[in-house]
Design a protein around this ligand. Sequence first.
Ligand code: SF4
Ligand code: SF4
Length: 237
Amino acid sequence: MMEGDRVAFKLSTPGVLPKSERKLREEFLSQLELVPGGEKIKSCIQCGTCTGSCPVSYVMDISPREVIARFRIGDIESILKSRTIWVCASCYACTTRCPSGIRITDILYAMKRTAIEEGIFPSRFPVYTMSEGFVKNVNRYGRNHEMGLLVSFYLRTSPLKLLKMLPLGWRLFKRKRISFTPMKIKRLDQIKSIVAKAESQVMPSEKASIMVASTVGYGSTTEVKQRAAGAAQGGAK
Ligand code: SF4
Ligand code: SF4
């Protein structure tokens, strides 16, 4: 472009989305049938019943009502980065009370799966660290090992807190409530095969997770499906 050339900016009409944005949203909404009951998202009336019914909305950074509003406009990334998807207790109060029949819990769950798959959370994020440690213990011993879980959890999230917890840990140990050594269950192979089978199943919320990932540009649908299949095969070993 030569110096002095004038650039013609095409301003959009106030209140009317630019064509590219409109197309993006239309494409996004057209894929909603992949979410369980997803097509109903379009009929959200923003009444706030979901937020009002939610027992943990006071610790969420994005309320359930706002999640649906952001979901509708395609602002998925902010939901994936939010605390909300992690603190949802999956009680289904929002889903059962929504006058539009929107399955908010399933949407939040799909978002959480996508966040896990894409690693969209702080490396020391406590909820994920705790759940990851728990699952590892169950895979290894067939049950949880509380002492091991707590030590690895605090080392990975907040080592100083581990020192503060030592007196409590010692009291629990003296009362035989926790043990230093993990105990394996009998027939661990059966638990492993159950877990492997569960991991190989594609649940409806995983389909939603695949849809979300393709929409927001974290990889094509095929890539995400291949990754999911690879993970399932790895778990089945
Ligand atoms: S209860 Fe349903 S309709 Fe009301 S804001 Fe929540 S999702 Fe929308
Ligand atoms: S399912 Fe989650 S978002 Fe819905 S009311 Fe329960 S805790 Fe709140």
